[in-house]
Design a protein around this ligand. Structure first.
Ligand SMILES: Cc1ncc(C[n+]2csc(CCOP(=O)(O)OP(=O)(O)O)c2C)c(N)n1
Length: 323
């Protein structure tokens, strides 16, 4: 678990920032195949929400999911190895960027299907509580998910069955190139309110504001309240996906990007620390990530003979084709 105090929050946002910047470099150098969806600019949301959770609580994330995985406490070295498709990765290189999971810290997985993470988490928390486990969950999704039937069905069942799930909308203003105003009728909080869920808007660039909003909701959920929604307003500093670094898409005015980038969660949180303490955390993060990169790059790729391993929890072997 990562700490919730000002230094701990700074360490988490800085770790995610530098992890993502290094991952982008590894895409450009050809070591990460297929590219990634960078979480740059949105770090304060994962850091703030996960700071309000306990180690045993559950989380699901999105295609832009490394920040959620790291904020919940996954090992950066094994997370990076997963992005690189290595046998030492969180999921032995089978999941990659968009499917990284670490059950040991309650991360049920990033998820490439827009809107799916909310349904998976609702079912998982419901099942664990029926078993008697004292857990709550948080699920992250973008503004692009708020019109997906699957997510709205999850809102309905979570509210009906009072499943303690914090629905966290990361509203970065765009779903790929589609602006929110062109896709979302009504409001995002209004969707939650329609199901009787408390809903709040929070500044997603301020890690402490996110932590406080999440902590308020989580305390109510632990006391027996049902699900809640937080809409964190944020801005994506980089591309939707690293493919945009090769094919520049013209959908965000430069002035808007400059203004969005001017509110940087790393700087907002960093300004709350004495300069020497901030520098010490920066150095610590750098050495953690140096070690992570060395570990990941030196790790072997999975043996192709094991391509069908781990497909079935029951241990059944997949058919190799041909009936
Ligand atoms: C069900 C589904 N529809 C479409 C896509 C293709 N797709 C991948 S990311 C994305 C945009 C998602 O936008 P948003 O939810 O706002 O998240 P952001 O990328 O801004 O973090 C889309 C449409 C998908 N992965 N899944």
């Amino acid at each position: 678990m990562r700490a919730a105090d000002p230094v701990g929050l700074y360490r988490t946002v800085r770790l995610i920032r530098r992890f993502e910047e290094r991952a982008v470099e590894l895409v450009h150098s050809g070591h990460i195949v297929g590219g990634i969806h960078p979480y740059l600019g949105q770090e304060g949301i994962a850091a703030g929400v996960c700071a309000a959770l306990r180690a045993e609580d559950l989380v699901t994330g999105t295609h832009r999911g490394h920040g959620h995985v790291l904020a919940k406490g996954a090992d950066p070295a094994r997370t990076l190895a997963e992005l690189l498709g290595r046998e030492t990765g969180l999921n032995r290189g089978r999941g990659g960027s968009m499917h990284a999971a670490d059950l040991s810290v309650g991360v049920l997985g990033a998820n490439a299907i827009v809107g799916a993470s909310g349904a998976i988490l609702t079912g998982a928390v419901w099942a664990r509580r029926r078993r008697g486990d004292d857990v709550v969950g948080a699920t992250f999704f973008g503004d692009g998910a708020v019109n997906e039937g699957m997510l709205l069905e999850a809102f309905n069942l979570a509210a009906l069955w009072r499943v303690p799930v914090l629905f966290v909308c990361e509203n970065n203003g765009y779903a790929t190139t589609m602006p929110v105003a062109g896709a979302v009728a009504g409001t995002i909080t209004g969707r939650a309110e329609a199901f009787g869920m408390p809903a709040a808007v929070v500044d997603g660039q301020d890690p402490e504001a996110v932590r406080d909003a999440a902590a308020t909701a989580v305390a109510r959920m632990r006391a027996g309240g049902g699900p809640e929604l937080v809409e964190a307003r944020t801005y994506r500093f980089d591309a939707h996906h690293t493919f945009e670094h090769a094919v520049r898409l013209d959908y965000r005015p430069p002035e808007e990007v400059a203004e969005g980038r001017s509110r940087d969660p790393v700087d907002i949180q960093g300004a709350r620390l004495p300069a020497a303490e901030r520098a010490a955390v920066d150095a610590e993060v750098e050495s953690t990530l140096d070690a992570a990169a060395e570990f990941a790059l030196a790790s072997p790729e999975p043996d192709p003979a094991g391509a069908l391993d781990h497909l079935y929890a029951s241990g059944l072997t997949a058919r190799t084709g041909g009936g």
